[in-house]
Design a binder for this molecule. Structure first.
Ligand code: AMP
Ligand code: AMP
Length: 337
């Protein structure tokens, strides 16, 4: 790849605006691949140099030769996983920001559990159907489903009944933790070996976050099953006394990945999805190994990025800055797969 011709590209959804604004602020040409319904919208932004339209996101691999010719570096985000699927994502040959070997460990919940346990991260208890289960539990399918299709069960009868009609064959049964949800956004630089907390968010999930607005008497009558589909994100800063623990969890996950995945391990942006209980303990539900959409709150930087940079620094811009540094130091191979 000719590093002087690098174009930063991504799929048009999820966090594409943040990624491409950041790339343009760092001086790169930018390109977006999107579907007809979003095309006009993305064309309104001056920092996007080119909009390529395909009929559906799953057709993305069909234009990969064109992207390779154009020296595009793809920045992956949640839509890659959601719409391309694991195999297509792995098999694409366009230069990709990140270590694709991490995908095997992220997409399989058993491997993810092994990874987080190796990092000594506290997780909600996981059960098999014939275990002595302490209820309530949440049942979750494998893969990034954005909370889609999860369900809660409060006793064994309800659990067995709901599992018998569950459309997903691979799932986990997890202890349901009552606490504050906090998503911590990190960036690990393979060039400087430095870890940063970039920002944090909470999610707004429908309909579970609205159930509390209904008086208990009515809740009991109408039997609404909570669903966890994310529709937006809001800001939160963490009690400062808990920040060092959040940092250490990120550090330990990186160290464990270097042992389990390969020598390069996880790098770039990632997120630990936590629930914090009244004893101020973090319970980590999941790890996302790429930019998460909660970072969209901070296109102009966050309270935490401001501590490290005296300029607006989104996660999208931080990625572009890493690529720029790697080009300058002739180390681009360290960042790409
Ligand atoms: P989309 O392209 O908007 O359908 O997003 C692709 C995937 O990214 C979804 O399946 C969600 O899992 C995740 N996602 C999208 N937007 C958000 C958000 N605001 N917060 C958290 N996750 C999100
Ligand atoms: P996830 O797909 O793991 O990000 O989960 C989506 C949403 O489901 C989270 O944001 C939580 O609201 C909820 N959730 C997942 N796992 C748990 C758990 N073990 N305890 C409580 N809530 C959970």
């Amino acid at each position: 790849m000719d590093s002087k011709k690098v174009v930063i590209g991504t799929l048009g959804s999820h966090s594409a605006l943040q990624i491409l604004k950041g790339a343009k602020d760092e001086g790169f040409p930018t390109l977006i691949v999107t579907i007809p319904k979003h095309k006009e919208f993305y064309k309104t932004f001056q920092f996007i140099d080119e909009v390529i339209c395909i009929d559906s996101f799953s057709e993305f691999p069909s234009i990969e030769n064109e992207l390779i010719k154009r020296c595009v570096i793809l920045i992956p985000h949640g839509s890659y996983v959601a719409y391309l699927g694991f195999e297509k994502n792995k098999n694409m040959k366009v230069k990709y920001f990140g270590n694709k070997n991490v995908l095997d460990w992220e997409s399989d919940r058993d491997k993810q559990k092994e990874w987080l346990s190796t990092a000594r991260i506290n997780m909600p208890k996981q059960y098999e159907l014939n275990d002595d289960i302490s209820f309530p539990v949440i049942v979750k399918s494998h893969g990034a489903a954005g909370g889609n299709g999860y369900f809660l069960a409060n006793d064994m009868t309800e659990l067995k009944e709901k599992i018998s009609t569950f459309e997903h064959k691979k799932y986990v049964i997890q202890q349901y933790i009552v606490g504050v949800n906090l998503y911590v956004h990190y960036f690990y630089s393979p060039l400087t070996k430095r870890l940063e907390i970039m920002s944090m968010d909470r999610r707004y999930e429908t309909n579970v976050d609205s159930l509390g607005k209904i008086p208990h008497d009515i809740q009991k009558e109408i039997h609404i099953n909570p669903s966890y589909v994310v529709v937006g994100n809001s800001e939160l800063v963490l009690r400062e006394g808990m920040l060092s623990k959040a940092y250490e969890m990120g550090r330990d996950v990186i160290e464990a990945s270097k042992k389990l995945v390969d020598k390069r391990g996880l790098y770039g942006p990632f997120c630990l999805e936590t629930i914090i209980t009244p004893d101020q303990n973090f319970h980590v539900m999941e790890i996302s190994c790429r930019i998460v959409a909660g970072t969209n709150l901070y296109i102009n930087g966050s309270a935490y990025s401001w501590l490290n940079y005296n300029e607006p620094m989104s996660t999208g811009r931080r990625i572009a800055r890493e690529i720029k540094k790697a080009i300058k130091e002739n180390e681009l191979d360290l960042l790409l797969d």
